[in-house]
Every structure is written in C-alpha cells, then in structure tokens.
Design a protein around this ligand. Structure first.
Ligand SMILES: Cc1cc2nc3c(=O)[nH]c(=O)nc-3n(C[C@H](O)[C@H](O)[C@H](O)COP(=O)(O)OP(=O)(O)OC[C@H]3O[C@@H](n4cnc5c(N)ncnc54)[C@H](O)[C@@H]3O)c2cc1C
Length: 463
C-alpha cells in the first residue's frame, strides 16, 4: 500500500478526501477506516467485483476462491483480529466457520502432522513424532508467543511508519521493549537454540515457507510470532459464502459509511501538482481529485506505470534493488464428487515428497477444500479442491499454442496424480477442472486493465 499526500490543495479542486486505487482487502480496509472516521472516500477498481486476490469466480455451480482461503484475523479478542475489527469499524459482521486444524502436512518420509487450533494438542502431536525434542518444541513455540503477546496489545499498523512506532512506543513501552530483541532475529536462529533434530528443523522450515515463501533462516521472528501463535489464538476462520464475502461486506460497510466504489475504473495515472498527488486519471479519461491518493495496486504498477518514472522515491529504488522475486503459481480449481475425500479430511493440506524440492518449481503443493467448512459453495454431494504450486512465468513463455496446452495438461495431470497420495482415486471422481498457469494469471490481470473489461462477471479466463 502506497500513500501519497497532497496538503495545500485549493478546495474547489478537491472532490474527495481520499481516493483509493484498487479494492483488494488492503484497499478496502483502508477505505472503510477512512470512511468510518468521516472522510469522503472513492475506491476505484479496474475489475468487475471487489477482492483482488481474495476475490471469487463462479463455474458450473461451484464458487471458487481466486487465491486466499486460510484466513487469519477473524478472532474475537486482542488486536490481531484485524478483519473482525475492520468490519466492526463500519458496523458489519460476517459469519465464519472455525477450522479446527490450520494445516494437515504430508511431508517426506511419511511425516504426517496436523497443526491443531488447540495449542496443547499441536505440541502433543509434534512431541509424539519427535519425543527427544519435546522440551525444545515447547520452548521454541513459547518464544513465538512472547512476540505475539507484545503485538497483541498494540494497534497494528505498518512497522515501517516511524510516527506510528513512536506513538505506539509511548502507549505500550513494555510491549515494545519486549519486541526489540526479536526485531533483528530470524526464525532459524531461534529454532536452532532449542531444537537439534534435522528433520524437525526441516518441519520448521516448511511451517515458515508456506506463508513467508522463504525458509526459517530468512523468515523474520516478528512475523513468525504472529502466525505461529495467532493460529491457536484467533485461529483460522472461513467466511460463510466464500472468501469473496470479506470484500463484498467491506464494500457494504464502505457504502453505509458514505464511501463510494466504482468498478471497471482503471486508473492510468496519478496526477501530481507542485510535487503532491492531487488526483487520478482513468482509462476512460475521467479525472477525480482528492487530498490523498492511496494506491492498493502493486508497488511496481504504482511506481512504474501510474507515476512518472522520475518521481520514484529513493527509498523505492533501494527497495527494488534489494527485492528478490518470488514465483507465481500453477493453480488447479477442481470440482469433485464427495467420494473423492476420505473420511475426516481437513480443509488445508501441504504436500511435499522431497525436502530438496520445497522451494523449487512445482515442489510444494498447497491444497484448500473450503466446502468442508461451507458446503454451500458446491452442488450437493460435491466439493471444491483448490490446489496450487509455485511456478515461474519463464517456464510458460515462448511456447507455441499447442505446446503450451500440452505442457499445461501434463502439469495439471502431474499435480492430480501427486494429490492421489492424499485423495486416492481422485482422477476417478473429477467433475470439473480449470487450470491457470502464471501466464493465465498475467493475462487475466492485463485483460482487466482494458477499459471495458473483456470478461463476464467473475470469470477466470485462460489463454
Ligand atoms: C493462490 C494464492 C493463495 C493465497 N492464499 C492465501 C491464504 O490462504 N491466506 C492469506 O492470508 N493470504 C493468501 N494469499 C495472499 C492474499 O490473497 C493477498 O495477500 C491479498 O489478497 C492481497 O491483497 P491486496 O489488497 O494487497 O492486493 P490485491 O488483492 O492484489 O488487490 C489489488 C486490487 O487493485 C486493483 N487494481 C490494481 N491496479 C489498478 C488500477 N490501475 N486501477 C484500478 N484498480 C487497480 C486490482 O484489480 C485488485 O482488485 C494467497 C494469494 C494467492 C495468489
């Protein structure tokens, strides 16, 4: 999220207090927070529905989440329940279903582990698999709780904002001091202090990788403290009606609070006057003005496309030099007959057969079956399986149409065959299949940048 301010604008030119570019969860939370405090807000979204990566699409009676489905932030207490609080700010509630298990891991050498919402149950199960490390396991995860307990009393905003950090320090000096020692530390260093078994350290690696996309040695302890503890505290809760409901409800709250949203409104330019952002121009040629312009578009789009290149701040240039790209995904959205799922299947799974391939192209497979928590997302007697695995766009470029199709089909079959380790006979129970490669994802977002939007509501086109 990038915020650019415009201080001394002539009031005649100022139509809104704030314009938010994009209606992803980040953009909508920002917009609703501002609207709740009385600001006049306009959200401009290039697509047909809100949500971005947390949106949805409908196919053959199934409602698929585009991306996210393991949702943190719906807890009831503390300050880390960010979604609950964001919705409350605009007097909206959402019905959720608590997931008793965050993840069922299927790892090399038959290592099967469940991360239960119940912390003690999780420690017991992990300790049963590594009895010689029982004490170290508790010490390591208890260390994560220390970080979490400090974070869970603060109003959580960006840790990069100096003004915020100063304010929060004076409000919660002890909690802040508690956090300071963890700031420079990574998870790997702390884990090795308590744990020595190489296989268990590999488990800590993948327990980081699945959300930070890097192993423990590159995952900041502050972030791990949040994730490793909140899954047992606020827990994982799935919104009834699908993940897309979060954005839909935020929009409802935004409008109730007097804010506005416009779809099929692609911003092509952030207008700058006297060194300040003063408004935006749309692909349609319309111009809107505001005291503040907030971009929920990616920082690449914001700084490379929406702002003149010579406006790129030094801090952004530095960030781009340090940034390491992560892969896109190969995604399979499957509709399956209920018989495909063995009894007591959990909602989220991670599948990895060889530790060496954890970070490689199509190594780790992520699986969500949201219909186990909300059956209304599929026709009776059916389930959704969303499986995705990291994949680089470079693997999918420069192919003839027939080679591309063949490669896509082969990759999808490979994923389904691998999934049969968890869901035997999956092939036999397939009812619907839609495959997206990194190329599909790029084409989709590029297509939605066209002024009129080329695809029907909530579609997920392929190329
Ligand atoms: C496959 C996958 C699985 C995931 N799983 C999880 C998970 O289980 N749990 C989890 O917490 N997270 C998960 N995530 C991550 C999560 O979905 C994202 O971090 C989050 O949704 C990003 O929200 P955002 O608001 O930052 O951006 P986005 O969702 O990217 O929203 C940006 C919005 O801005 C709009 N926009 C961009 N440019 C313009 C423009 N020029 N004009 C107008 N509008 C514009 C876009 O259309 C979009 O709606 C997953 C992501 C993927 C891809």
């Amino acid at each position: 999220m990038v915020s650019l301010s415009a201080r001394s604008l002539p009031s005649a030119q100022t139509d809104y207090d704030a314009i938010v570019i994009g209606s992803g969860i980040g953009g909508l939370v920002t917009a609703t927070q501002l609207a709740a405090k009385g600001a006049s807000v306009l959200v401009l979204e290039r697509y047909l529905i809100p949500g971005g990566s947390a949106g949805y699409f409908d196919r053959a009676g199934y409602r698929f989440d585009v991306g996210a489905s393991m949702i943190f932030g719906f807890g009831e207490q503390g300050t880390t329940n960010l979604l609950t609080r964001a919705l409350e700010a605009v007097n909206i509630q959402i019905e959720t279903v608590a997931d008793p298990v965050q993840i069922h891991y299927h790892l090399p050498n038959g290592l099967e582990l469940k991360v239960h919402k119940d912390y003690e149950k999780f420690l017991q199960e992990l300790g049963d698999r590594f009895p010689h490390e029982r004490k170290g396991i508790r010490q390591f995860y208890d260390e994560c709780w220390k970080v979490f307990n400090c974070l869970n009393v603060m109003d959580l905003l960006s840790l990069e904002e100096l003004g915020y950090l100063t304010r929060v320090f004076f409000q919660h000096p002890l909690a802040c001091l508690g956090l300071v020692k963890y700031l420079p530390q990574n998870v790997g260093d702390i884990a090795r202090r308590f744990i020595h078994d190489p296989e268990l350290l590999k488990f800590i690696d993948i327990d980081c990788y699945i959300w930070s996309v890097v192993p423990a040695d590159k995952t900041p302890m502050i972030n791990a403290g949040m994730v490793f503890s909140d899954r047992h505290y606020g827990g994982i809760n799935y919104p009834k009606g699908g993940v897309g409901q979060i954005a839909e409800k935020l929009v409802e709250g935004l409008e109730k609070a007097g804010g506005q949203i416009q779809y099929k409104a692609r911003v092509t330019e952030i207008l700058i006057e006297n060194g300040r952002a003063t408004g935006v121009k749309l692909a349609s040629g319309e111009v809107y003005r505001a005291k503040r312009v907030i971009s929920n578009a990616t920082r690449w789009d914001t700084f490379e496309k929406l702002l003149p290149v010579d406006r790129k701040p030094a801090s952004e240039k530095k960030w781009q030099q340090r940034y390491q790209q992560s892969p896109s995904f190969l995604s399979l959205h499957l509709g399956v007959k209920a018989e495909a799922l063995p009894a007591e299947t959990e909602c989220h799974h991670i599948l990895l057969e060889d530790w060496q391939t954890m970070e490689t192209e199509q190594g780790t497979i992520f699986v969500s079956i949201p219909t186990l928590l909300d059956p209304s997302l599929a026709p009776d007697g059916h389930h959704i399986i969303h499986a995705f695995t990291p994949s680089w766009i470079s693997h999918w470029q420069d192919l003839s149409p027939s080679d591309y199709e063949a490669k896509k089909e082969a990759a999808a079959s490979r994923v389904i065959d691998r999934l049969e380790q968890i869901f035997p006979n999956l092939n036999q129970f397939l009812d619907f299949e839609e495959v997206g490669t990194p190329r599909t994802h790029r084409r989709f977002w590029d297509a939605t940048t066209e002024p009129m939007g080329r695809f029907p509501r909530a579609s997920y086109p392929d190329c």
